[in-house]
Design a protein around this ligand. Structure first.
Ligand code: MET
Ligand SMILES: [Zn+2]
Length: 757
């Protein structure tokens, strides 16, 4: 059997026990120095290299152990720095200032990374930006990689120039002009790397998958200008989707590109190869090991790709579909899952390395190995009731529709006793040390359930007291009992698994532990009714029931790969639907079902979008459609572009929609106005990520601005998102100003000094 070679495209950066998170947080507090931070990061990187070496991976990436985010590091490497940070010397302090803001200089904005729950920092290029590379640290990292792994194995990663331009917000010049400024520096960089003697360089061009946004002219300008005629083989890397016909044809025609790495887990990569062929003199990087899901590859997929490669491709290698950064580090730490029926099929980053080798061996002809892999799946199937076993008719057409249209519901609901422009918040209040201690003591069995619940109730009472004192109109219980808005619900449903150490980076030092859907989902008991009741008994004002929607739970979990996402979303929706009923029975008049991840799950390409939005919105409607007309259903969404899914948002048919708005220059608000959105609407009046207290004037003018395009009875006043990352003093001061700003606008309306449209 010939051996098939293997490669990786990146490894988790946080470390086996989130070491990087803790080092970063110490560094930001000034407790450790630059050197100490770098030493800690280098140790983590080395342990990742070791695992990959032990798994005999042929090409292992180096220079990609980003301390915060790849796009941020690369913009910093090249000196892409907006004017407000230029007073700082290049280096770690400046890079973190760009990520987190400093001395009143607002941080770069943060966006969700290509259909995932990872976030990147948006680089900015303004009139004062001078491209001035600062790559000493990077070259040092490469050198360490070569010393550790050898020049044949160590494979430097570079973020490609076209992607860097594509992701940059350019306020001075054009894509072409910024690209032209960058190219000489890329050329030098690649020449410098070539001199270091490595066998291969990976140029990551994530922008390639945005095939509908025509970047091929940028590619054609960039690549001839930067690639060295001699030196390491160039591996052009893409992930998250196929790269579309135009980009594919461009890539296969580039003589200087020796390897093309494509995603075989999403999109239609095989169709592209089928249609246009794959050149015999190039190597195909077959990204068939899913870097975004913990489930091990299905045997049918191995056979399908294997047959395809034999028929169409001469030279290829096996690799993950993208960086393994979207996965936790090592499944074997999950002692509590030992012996679980799913455990032999779950693979974290370390296990993915063996999976790569397993697949490579099967494709090289080891059919016994394939058989034993198929047997593992069979054993699993025999031991679980899978989603396909559920009876078909679990819902009827009517279950997706509220019993009356919005106008009728609106009449019945009124403003629930609130005045004009009701004020509210998005759900969570500051997660103090005390709350975190309470939860962790309960988790570890140090305190009883009764003591824990009494502690939570104290927090609820405090939150209600504050809201009453501030004069807010629709109150929340504050979410003190929730570590995370998905984990909290998933924990109480059957069919989902939890890890104790399965952390994945979401942004900066923040990590999440996505649940793993392993079998049918059910909700055996009410999940939120106790806390709601405690809160509602303390006040005459309406308390919002607070739920996470089915699409967000699905998108922030690792779903089963052999059951459709739609089926899994509907199962989650039915569970939420029961909760809505129980909240109503407990006297809840307003229920907010959060869907911040609706947009993020939307496929990149137009043709996939419609069907996704169809079932995603259906799932939301299945979750909420059973609510009585008198029950006001709210939703909340944040930190994404809404413009291209407005129809879907309208179809969700919620009574109110509170959305994040302040970081986007009212663009979101305009998008709602443009489609003639006629339901209740709460565009955020202040940015909750900033420690700055918004002034009364600032919010008063925001609200008045909203009133120039929306009728007053359609508006609700709220911050951008939940307040759990803020402190109580900040929260109180900000909300006090928000209520005061609202009161001023109300008074002006009543005195008719402004006439709402
Ligand atoms: C990311 S959206 C967060 C919504 C949630 N209800 C909260 O207030 O934290
Ligand atoms: Zn939010």
């Amino acid at each position: 059997m010939t051996r098939i070679s293997t490669s990786t495209l990146g490894f988790p950066r946080m470390g086996p026990n989130r070491e990087l998170k803790f080092s970063l947080e110490k560094y930001w507090k000034g407790e450790i120095s630059d050197i100490e931070l770098l030493n800690s990061a280098n140790e983590i990187e080395k342990s990742g290299w070791k695992l990959q070496m032990e798994a005999s991976i042929d090409r292992i990436t180096v220079g990609d152990h980003y301390l915060y985010d790849m796009v941020l590091t690369w913009s910093d490497n090249l000196g892409l720095c907006p004017s407000r940070f230029q007073h700082m010397d290049a280096g770690l302090k400046r890079m973190f200032a760009m990520a987190r803001g400093v001395d009143g200089s607002e941080a770069l904005s943060m966006k969700k990374w290509i259909t995932s729950n990872y976030h990147y920092m948006v680089p900015e290029y303004d009139e004062s930006t001078v491209i001035k590379p600062n790559i000493e640290l990077y070259l040092n990292d490469i050198k360490r990689g070569i010393d550790f792994l050898g020049a044949q194995t160590a494979t430097p990663v570079v973020l490609g120039p076209v992607s860097l331009v594509f992701f940059t917000k350019i306020s001075h010049g054009t894509d072409e002009s910024v690209l032209a400024t960058l190219l000489p520096h890329y050329k030098n960089l690649l020449a410098t790397i070539a001199e270091m003697g490595v066998a291969e360089v990976q140029i990551h061009e994530p922008a390639l998958v945005f095939a509908e946004q025509n970047i091929s002219h940028l590619l054609s300008i960039a690549y001839p200008a930067i690639l060295p005629k001699q030196g390491p083989i160039i591996n052009l890397v893409s992930f998250m989707e196929d790269i579309g016909e135009e980009n594919y044809q461009w890539a296969i025609s580039q003589a200087e590109i020796g390897i093309i790495s494509l995603d075989f887990t999403r999109g239609h990569t095989m169709d592209l190869i089928h249609k246009f062929g794959f050149p015999q003199d190039k190597t195909l990087g077959v990204g068939m090991i899913d870097s975004r899901n913990v489930w091990t590859i299905q045997p049918e997929k191995v056979s399908e790709v294997s047959d395809f490669l034999k028929a169409h491709v001469v030279k290829f290698r096996i690799q993950p579909s993208g960086s393994l950064q979207y996965l936790p580090w090592d499944f074997s730490c999950e002692k509590e899952l030992e012996g679980h029926p799913a455990s032999s099929l779950l693979s974290f980053a370390k296990q993915k390395l063996s999976e790569i080798q397993m697949v490579a061996q099967v494709i090289a002809g080891d059919m016994l190995l394939l058989k034993s892999h198929a047997d593992t799946w069979e054993v699993f199937y025999k031991s679980v009731a899978s989603g396909t076993n559920q009876p078909n008719k679990r819902w009827t057409e009517q279950d997706f529709v509220r019993s009356e249209p919005f106008e009728k519901r609106n009449e019945k609901q009124g403003l629930l006793g609130s005045p004009l422009l009701p004020t509210t918040t998005i759900g969570s209040f500051p997660q103090t040390k005390e709350i975190r201690r309470l939860r962790s003591q309960y988790r570890s069995g140090k305190i009883t359930k009764a003591v824990y619940e009494a502690g939570i109730d104290k927090q609820i009472a405090y939150a209600i007291g504050i809201q009453e004192a501030l004069g807010l109109d629709i109150l929340v219980h504050g979410e003190a009992e929730r570590t995370d808005m998905v984990e909290f619900f998933a924990h109480q449903m059957t069919g989902l698994l939890f890890t104790s150490n399965g952390w994945v980076q979401s942004f900066g030092s923040r990590c999440v532990r996505p649940p793993i859907i392993w079998t049918d989902i059910q909700r055996p008991h009410p999940m939120t009714v106790r806390e709601f009741t405690v809160a509602q008994e303390l006040t005459e004002k309406p308390v919002k029931g607070m739920l996470t929607g089915p699409i967000t739970i699905l998108n922030w979990s690792f779903p089963r790969i052999d059951i459709s996402r739609k089926e899994q979303a509907f199962q989650l929706a039915l569970a939420i639907r029961q909760e809505v009923k129980d909240l109503e029975t407990a006297g809840c008049r307003v229920i907010q079902v959060d869907e911040p991840a609706l947009r993020e799950g939307m496929p990149l390409r137009q043709h996939g979008r419609e069907s996704y939005l169809q079932w995603a919105v259906d799932a939301f409607r299945l979750a909420t459609g059973g609510a009585k007309s008198e029950t006001q259903i709210h939703t909340h969404m944040c930190y994404c572009e809404f413009k291209d899914c407005m129809g879907a948002i309208d179809r969700m048919d919620t009574d109110f929609n509170s959305i994040e708005n302040s970081r986007s220059d009212n663009a979101t608000l305009e998008a709602f106005v443009d489609i003639g959105y006629n339901k209740g609407f709460g565009p955020g009046v202040y940015d909750i990520h900033s420690p700055v207290i918004p002034t009364v004037d600032f919010m008063e003018s925001k609200i008045k601005g909203f009133l120039t395009c929306l009728p007053v009875n359609q508006l609700i006043v709220n911050p951008d998102c939940g307040l759990k990352t803020r402190t109580w003093p900040e929260t109180i001061d900000s909300l006090k100003n928000m209520v005061e700003a609202t009161a001023k606008v109300r008074a002006q309306i009543l005195a008719s000094s402004i006439s709402p449209s």
